[in-house]
Ligand binder design. Sequence first.
Ligand code: PXG
Length: 291
Amino acid sequence: MSRLVFINGKMVPRQEAGVSVFDHGFLYGDGVFEGIRAYNGRIFRLKEHIRRLYQSAHHIMLEMPYDEETMARNVVETVRANHLKDAYIRVVVSRGVGDLGLDPRKCKECSVVIIADSIVLYPDELYEQGLKVISVPTRRNAVDALDPQIKSLNYLNNILVKIEANQAGVMEAIMLNRDGYVTEGSGDNLFIVRRGNLITPPSYLGILEGITRNAVIELARKEGLTVLEAPFTRHDLYIAEECFLTGTAAEIIPVIEVDMRRIGTGRPGPITRRLMESFRELARSEGTPVY
Ligand code: PXG
């Protein structure tokens, strides 16, 4: 069955779905996006994702064509039109068609694209055995240059890190900020366990404030764990009792080695395992129904 892509209010067959080469999203990465997941016919934290999309747009002064409720409805419609129950949804809003100059005033209206596709899951072994990761020389974008809280179409910082991970033969890599504090992975947030408490970097260090991260913080607190948003260094990472990454695509994935240093016992720890279980339950039980 051919998939339908939402482009500026129309459902277009995938093969015909395209945007202009003069779109500033293509020419300059001028735009914002979201990656959202649906589990068994329910869209996980849809409102929160749309909220973040509008906050990213607000920062870059990109005028949205309609309100958050309408955007959420369009996302639901796109999943429904593709008869998907489990899905990966990409919402892209670019500055729109302009000329070859940088000036966004040349772009009269933004382009809205919503893609709903089947989700490609990571192999089960990764969750059972845990990931080996490295920290990389490429630093996270500085908050006073391009704040990582903007989920912008300019993802080169993250792609350079992915290249470094690929070169090193690992699945994911960790970025530090310019002061040497740990920030996040190329597409995931990071947590460590220390003395039984969870610690995750605060957003002012330069991270995307992940929807999964926030869900994990809520879950952990509900389960009686202490969660701190506090800066830490590679040393703290190396001596952590446990470590894991969170993201829409990966959910919660254990990390068992960083820069050739074993983390904890070298196997996914008990707190990580417990949170993985409660997150799976949460993701499958709540969410905006599509059907
Ligand atoms: N940090 C960064 C830099 C991200 O891009 C996350 C953290 C996790 O945020 P959420 O809200 O998903 O918990 C992300 C989002 C992919 C892919 O294909 C991953 C993301 C975005 C786009 C694509 O792996 N991660």
